[in-house]
Write a protein that binds this ligand. Structure first.
Ligand SMILES: [Zn+2]
Length: 167
């Protein structure tokens, strides 16, 4: 009984109760894109329950929460692949070693296998002549909340598909 809300640029923004969605539509803040078969009856009217609505004006999405770069969080971001050799990573590495002032943040931590970790020791990439194939940073979690819904409604699928492809 929930409604998917798209931002004016068609990206998924939130999931709200259908009542909230109806209020947005009746106040001309949003337009219905897809309706479900359910009919909602009030004292004076009846409506199709909106399945997907789109905001009439673009709003700036809420900034994603940035989590701390824990060992597990870095391994997950890098899908357990060593940043240097691509093998299975079981540990994390400071790109700029801590002994050289390297911070423990999303920009300086990467997943690393124990072999590379051992070889790298306290040396910097320059000293070793190693390169990184990507620029580390905080994981994107703008749409994490979508995963909180085990089974997205059928009517949402076309819009979530668009989101998956353009992500
Ligand atoms: Zn490695």
């Amino acid at each position: 009984m929930r409604t998917l809300v798209l931002n004016a640029g068609y990206e998924p923004l939130a999931v709200v109760s259908y009542r909230r969605a109806l209020v947005l539509v009746l106040n001309e803040k949003a337009t219905v894109l897809s309706e479900s078969d359910d009919v909602i009856r009030t004292v004076s009217d009846s409506y199709q329950r909106p399945a997907v609505i789109i905001l009439n004006r673009y709003i700036r999405p809420p900034a994603p929460r940035v989590r701390t770069a824990s060992r597990l969080a870095v391994l997950r971001r890098d899908r357990y692949e060593c940043a240097y050799c691509g093998q299975h990573a079981e540990t994390i590495d400071h790109i700029v070693p801590r002994s050289q002032g390297g911070p423990s943040d999303w920009f300086n931590l990467v997943a690393c296998c124990s072999r590379c970790n051992h070889r790298k020791g306290n040396k910097s990439l320059n000293q070793l002549g190693w390169t990184l194939s990507f620029t580390p940073g905080p994981p994107t979690q703008q749409y994490r909340w979508l995963k909180d819904f085990d089974r997205p409604a059928v009517e949402w699928q076309p819009y979530l598909g668009y989101w998956e492809k353009t992500r």
